[in-house]
Design a protein around this ligand. Sequence first.
Ligand SMILES: [Zn+2]
Length: 297
Amino acid sequence: MRAIFKGINDEKISEQDEESYVEWLKGKNAEKKARSVKETYKKDTSDRVAVTEKFLEKQGINIDVITDNLKAYGTTNWKTKSLKDGFEKVKMSNIVLKDTDNRSDKYKIKTGLHEAFHAMRDGMTIKRANISRAEYQEIEECLTECSAHYLAGLLGIKNLQPNYANKLSNLVPRLVQLEEFKGCESITEIGERAFKIRASGKIIDYDDLHSQLYAVQYDWQDYIKSNYLKEIESNDMYYVGKFIENAPDYEGQDGELLEELGLATYHLRIGLPLNSVEKRMLCNALAMAMNKKGGIK
Ligand SMILES: [Zn+2]
């Protein structure tokens, strides 16, 4: 393991890593845990609170999951205690899910698991002393959203439009250049790897992760041009449909969105700058393509 997720006591942590991973994903208990979350989901596919609670229970995390009036689809409240050398100890308070979320149940369940992945840091040590709040959030949301797609996939929920498309567009192709994520070809595969690392309880060094990610030479628009432009152009209606699935307020505006996406791909192809709406459409299409089609490199 490289320095990013290295623990203070390496030997102890790598044993723990092995154990919790095997336990969660390969061992008998893992199947039991995954099954019990799935059973909860199958009992009532609309009960995002129950699924999130079950997942947390199986992770041994004891916090409340509530619904409330929120602008975002979900949020995780937490505190930290400063330790020496810029390290912090995390204590999770609760998870809040938007009470009026108007997306379909599978998206709502995915959001519950997204928040639960944030909450897996309960009791963990993190470091983010040398980066801004926005830089820290970019990394955390990216890892979390990828894992949410992996965890939702375990329940049979697949091919959802990812949230935080701009962050994913900027970081996912950088992530797969790092040792820990080498060989991952889709959002889900990255999510599985991130989950495994987080389940190990190792220190999350966002500072180190940030410097490694930004040492990678990368431009998201060039990346689309060389890898996903054809895919997006040939399936533009699919990508617009996925965008609307995750943002039902746009229902009925398929035509306008299709036009925006068309302009975006055209402007990209001929090398003209993109406006903010075009960028948003393209980021979302890229994030979805990296999820559905994979092939990330
Ligand atoms: Zn989040």
